[in-house]
Write a protein that binds this ligand. Structure first.
Ligand SMILES: NC(=O)c1ccc[n+]([C@@H]2O[C@H](COP(=O)([O-])OP(=O)(O)OC[C@H]3O[C@@H](n4cnc5c(N)ncnc54)[C@H](O)[C@@H]3O)[C@@H](O)[C@H]2O)c1
Length: 372
């Protein structure tokens, strides 16, 4: 009995503790980031990287289950950012403090509100990851609804935040999020980003290795979308130039490898999910760039999947964008493409258009269903 009482006390203290754990931030401005799905394979290392970054003052971890534990763990790290966990603990989900099933969604909604309030940046790696044999459509069905719901919560709690969406299929989830923000009357196209940074990270790694150049100084834009043929690495625009170091065959093989990098990891993990660690690195890099831009740092340029008119057929398209305190300041477009890239661009457009349409129609049909 006494042991049980002391366990309960300890667990309550741990939950309350994590909400205020940490040091006072010494960063230039107080910047709060919410990681939605922060208990997952991407979410945990991503939250860790954000907790370790001096530009971040608070990491708010939200998940269906397990976020209080992740935040307690993060809270012990000796960096200035604080951490808080929101959503059911494992005990509240199925354990000896279980919240009745019929009360769980109201509890989660309240926790989500608390997680999002005052956030400057919201990063969303929540959802189902791809497993071998899973179709893109399988993934779409689950993650589409999730992202529409997340937009409602962001619109309610932090409509001015910059939002970085990692949930796949990005080519559709980002238009879905945007359409739902429109329905909530607070869509700002300068602030909604699909995270394609992993494609750039992979391009740097694979090309540096093949060309024998220093990976840390290589910059390669990757445009288009974030699935298969929609991913278009622009090796002709690499800086420093790698043109003289690669044959045409190598450029073609590298392009295919960058496009299929995700599948490489899915196959290697053989049923245990998709890229998590490399995605966490990429997601943290992107989120930190958003915060630096909010803090007024100049010259912040990232590739991202954004609403654009760069390619007339595609309402959404990834390009390099310059980001300032209020979001995208300038879309840097495609630049000059070589013959191979021009051919690949038309393949990217063919792949992208139906995914964008599917996302936009998903929200339109949701509206119809609600009215009916
Ligand atoms: N953009 C990219 O480059 C890229 C790369 C890799 C993976 N992904 C995508 O990222 C997503 C997450 O992948 P993962 O490997 O971390 O998966 P995971 O299953 O390990 O983690 C997902 C987390 O989301 C949580 N979650 C599910 N529904 C939620 C909800 N309604 N509210 C809050 N949290 C919820 C789960 O509880 C889980 O902790 C997948 O959609 C995956 O396809 C994107």
């Amino acid at each position: 009995m006494a042991a049980l009482a002391s366990r309960t006390l300890l667990s309550k203290a741990a939950q309350q503790g994590v909400r205020s754990a940490g040091f006072h931030s010494t960063a230039a401005a107080a910047r709060k980031v919410c990681v939605v799905g922060g208990g997952g394979g991407i979410g945990q290392p991503l939250s860790l990287l954000l907790k370790m970054d001096p530009n971040v003052s608070h990491v708010s971890v939200f998940d269906m289950v397990g976020a209080p534990g992740v935040a307690a763990d993060l809270g012990h790290i000796d960096t200035p950012a604080t951490a808080s966990g929101h959503g059911m603990s494992l005990k509240q989900f199925t354990g000896d403090e279980a919240i009745p099933k019929e009360e769980q969604s109201a509890f989660q909604a309240k926790e989500f509100d608390a997680a999002l309030q005052g956030c400057d940046v919201v990063v969303i790696p929540a959802g189902v990851p791809r497993k071998p044999g899973m179709t893109r459509q399988d993934l779409f069905e689950v993650n589409a609804t999730l992202n529409a719901n997340f937009a409602d919560a962001v619109a309610k709690n932090c409509p001015d935040a910059m939002v970085a969406i990692i949930s796949n299929p990005v080519n559709s989830t980002v238009p879905i999020f945007a359409e739902q923000m429109k329905k909530n009357g607070c869509y700002d196209p300068k602030k909604i980003f699909g995270v394609t940074t992993l494609d750039i990270v992979r391009a740097h790694t694979f090309v540096a290795e093949a060309a024998g150049v220093d990976v840390t100084s290589l910059k390669i834009p990757v445009v288009g979308g974030h699935a298969g043929a929609s991913i278009l690495p622009l090796l002709s625009q690499a800086t420093p130039s790698v043109k003289d170091k690669l044959t045409d065959e190598q450029v073609e093989a590298l392009t295919v490898r960058i496009q299929n990098g995700g599948t490489e990891v899915v196959m290697a993990k053989a049923g245990a999910g998709s890229a998590t660690l490399s995605m966490a690195k990429a997601g943290a890099q992107f989120a930190i760039s958003l915060i630096k831009a909010q803090n007024g740092e100049k010259g912040i340029v990232e590739c991202a999947y954004v609403e654009s008119d760069v390619v007339p057929e595609c309402q959404w398209f990834a390009t390099q964008v310059e980001i300032g305190p209020n979001g995208i300041e300038k879309n840097l477009g495609l630049g000059e493409l070589d013959t191979f890239e021009k051919q690949k661009l038309s393949e990217a457009i063919t792949e992208l258009v139906p995914s964008i349409t599917e996302g936009v129609e998903f929200v339109a049909n949701m509206a119809e269903k609600k009215v009916a």
